[in-house]
Write a protein that binds this ligand. Structure first.
Ligand SMILES: *Cc1c(COP(=O)(O)O)cnc(C)c1O
Length: 238
């Protein structure tokens, strides 16, 4: 464990570098930088890091597993009163959907019909209307989640039909070890089809540490950045 002041400096430097990359990518793509929302993915890092990021001005934080997320949220709230939004970006297990619906401000990873009812009932129980993104699969790997484009549009209709949920857009993860450009191009086309049917579904969540420039080129509105902000994770699962 490094000294907290050293970690604070490290996270501030990383945040500066990531914001610079985003600004450059926006400039190259001819987009205003304020169109992009940066989400720090804090999975596998302690709540104290999330607090340091919040103190540095980052108000969007994301997690990928329910158990870790709910514990970290509680720790975070015990350490600071800074208001932040929590994003759930990981694969969603059906039996965890109710729990996630109780604290997530945006769920990025709705990828199958079986999640709609538990998310809606979790939101109802928590007395909130839950914004969700439908996740598009950009590879054939079931471990990385997502649904094929045609199924995705049917799934979006189901979400839009639930008063407890708000269809806010689409999310995708680029394929591993492949050029992200054609994948994010498919995402952009799918996002356009989604907006044609659901004009309020404007969020495009795409772009991680290694591919944020490509995501910005292809219309991403939300970037999910872990490694470039926090450093390497001990494991790459989740
Ligand atoms: C871990 C994770 C990220 C962050 O990935 P990095 O490559 O570390 O930036 C983004 N999205 C999802 C869904 C993740 O699980």
């Amino acid at each position: 464990m490094s000294h907290p002041d050293a970690r604070r400096d490290e996270l501030r430097d990383n945040l500066g570098r990531v914001r610079h990359r985003i600004a450059e990518a926006c400039r190259a793509a001819g987009r205003p930088a304020d169109e992009l929302t940066l989400i720090a993915i804090t999975k596998f890092f302690p709540a104290t890091d999330a607090v340091l990021l919040a103190e540095a001005g980052l108000t969007e934080l994301g997690e990928s597993r329910d158990q870790e997320a709910s514990a970290k949220l509680a720790q975070f709230k015990a350490l600071t009163a800074i208001p932040v939004h929590w994003h759930f970006v990981g694969r969603l297990q059906t039996n965890k959907a109710r729990s996630v619906a109780s604290y997530a401000d945006l769920v990025h990873s709705l990828d199958r019909p079986g999640l709609v009812a538990p998310l809606a009932s979790g939101a109802a129980r928590a007395g909130r209307r839950l914004p969700v993104l439908v996740q598009l699969s950009l590879d054939a790997d079931p471990d990385r989640g997502g649904s094929a484009a045609d199924e995705l549009l049917r799934l979006a209709d189901q979400v839009a039909g639930r008063a407890e949920l708000r269809l806010a857009g689409v999310m995708a993860i680029a394929p591993l070890a492949a050029d992200p450009d054609p994948a994010f191009e498919l995402l952009a086309r799918t996002a356009e089809r989604l907006r044609a049917a659901h004009p309020a579904a404007t969020i495009v969540s795409a772009g991680m540490s290694g591919d944020l420039e490509s995501a910005v080129r292809h219309g991403a509105t939300h970037l999910r950045i872990g490694t470039a902000l926090l450093g390497r994770r001990a494991t790459n699962v989740g």
